[in-house]
Design a protein around this ligand. Structure first.
Ligand code: ATP
Ligand code: MG
Length: 447
């Protein structure tokens, strides 16, 4: 399929202008485009507007993948778009885009923009005067300027129902053929405009299994620290895309390779640098588990993966606090607090997730202390399942927990009677030893 695409393009032409790839020279079929997106495009066209499928959707279709969402670009202005669709609303204060809803699916429709609005949707430039922003923000453009303001060539392809052709202004089709992530324009400048593009380069390389073009890759090593200026909320959004997209195991080593992990998860990077025992193994296990769950359409929560990413930093902090004289439980809770508040300086994490992380962490200890009625109490805890999964993961990563995971696996399958027996068998174990220790020596010898 790619060969067919490439054979159509002039070989090795460096300054590709406007390429139109006709219907019979590409493999995009309307059958793989959602009805909602098709409806939006055809209604815009009927009203006399240009309408294109754009961005990741076109890229993924050309690669034979199933896009997860569809974006449409048009020359119609937001109010015009809105008037065409009853089920639509304008969102975005700085730059208006229109969401058209079809049941659970949302098609994002944007008006062609010009390159001047680079910072318009990037909240990292909030220091600019509102006036200045507004002037810059309302610069609409044509399809060509719209293509040039996008990040990578493979993300700047346009598919239209008119002749069913693909429009390429930046050599994106060729780069898809070569499996290359290449920045449009001068990479340094484009990263300075929006440092998040460094994370995006890494993300697409991992997701698509593409190489980052050397000229696009090189500045990342110098400019990574610009990510420190990105507001924590935006970095959290990006963190979700990096780790919850189903390809986290491929993303993570690339973040390390391009020295970007330190700007996303500083404590995690520190743990890896110090080669803290099992830190890397646990992270890899968590990434692989998350990807596998997503592949089999099981539920995933960012709390779980964050709990794993920050597990080694937590252990280190806990140890430090214990050495300072805090009791184990106190040390644990204070460490969790410290590790989370440190991470919040880099990425925001919604409270429901930090709470979940704390619970997973705290339950690790409670899963080990199962005597008497304790086991049943932990078992009934609303976060039991996540904590148990986390425990299994620690074992898979090589931690020796003396069969704790297997014990809990058995416990869950056992009936109420057997569960009681399991817990009471423990009663005859550890706690007895503790009791004997407290007895005077003579009694111990007798008993
Ligand atoms: P995914 O499959 O992960 O959704 P995508 O390519 O659709 O990938 P989005 O983040 O959904 O990525 O963005 C849609 C499109 O908007 C991109 O394909 C790109 O053309 C453009 N875009 C998004 N973010 C930026 C940015 N920071 N700078 C320039 N262009 C961007
Ligand atoms: Mg997208």
């Amino acid at each position: 399929m790619l060969k067919r695409l490439l054979s159509f393009l002039p070989k090795g032409s460096p300054s590709i202008k406007h390429q139109i790839i006709p219907r019979d020279k590409h493999t995009i079929s309307r059958r793989n485009i959602s009805n909602a997106a098709l409806k939006v495009m055809s209604r815009l066209a009927e009203a006399g507007h240009e309408a294109y499928l754009v961005g990741g959707g076109v890229r993924d279709l050309l690669l034979g993948d199933h896009p997860k969402d569809f974006d449409v670009a048009t020359d119609a202005k937001p109010e015009q778009i809105k008037s065409l669709f009853r089920n639509s609303r304008i969102i975005g204060r700085r730059f208006k885009i229109v969401h058209v809803r079809f049941g659970r699916e949302i098609i994002e429709v944007t008006t062609f923009r010009d390159n001047h609005d680079q910072q318009a949707d990037n909240s990292n430039h909030s220091a600019r005067s509102d006036e200045g922003m507004l002037l810059r923000d309302n610069v609409y453009g044509d399809i060509r300027s719209d293509a040039l303001r996008r990040d990578f060539t493979v993300n700047a392809l346009y598919y239209t129902l008119d002749q069913f052709s693909v429009h390429d202004f930046t050599g994106g089709v060729q780069d898809i053929g070569k499996r290359k992530i290449r920045m449009i324009g001068k990479p340094e400048t484009r990263y300075q405009e929006d440092p998040v593009r460094m994370l995006r380069a890494v993300r697409f390389a991992a997701k698509l299994d593409f190489q980052i073009d050397p000229a696009t890759a090189k500045p990342i090593f110098q400019l990574g620290s610009l990510l420190q200026n990105i507001p924590p909320a935006r970095l959290f959004e990006e963190l979700l895309k990096l780790f919850m997209g189903g390809y986290a195991a491929a993303v993570f080593p690339k973040l390390v390779e391009y020295q970007l992990l330190q700007y996303l998860l500083p404590a995690t990077q520190q743990a890896l640098t110090e080669e803290q025992p099992l830190a890397e193994a646990l992270i890899n296990q968590a990434l692989a588990n998350t990807d596998a769950r997503i592949a089999s359409e099981q539920r995933v929560t960012p709390a779980f993966i964050l709990a794993a990413l920050l597990w080694a930093p937590l252990g280190k902090e806990e140890k430090k606090l214990q050495q300072q004289g805090l009791k184990p439980l106190q040390a644990h809770q204070q460490a969790a607090q410290n590790v989370i508040s440190q991470q919040l300086q880099t990425t925001s994490i919604p409270k429901r997730f930090t709470q979940f992380m704390r619970e997973i962490w705290l339950l690790q200890d409670r899963l080990a202390r199962r005597q008497g009625s304790r086991a049943e109490k932990v078992f009934e805890h609303p976060r039991f399942r996540a904590a148990y999964d986390f425990l299994l993961m620690r074992e898979q990563a090589g931690e020796n927990l003396q069969g704790l995971g297997a014990w809990w696996s058995h416990y869950q399958e056992a009936g109420a009677d057997e569960r009681l027996q399991m817990a009471s068998r423990l009663d005859k174990g550890k706690p007895k030893r503790r009791r004997t220790r407290k007895r005077p020596p003579t009694q111990t010898q007798q008993g």
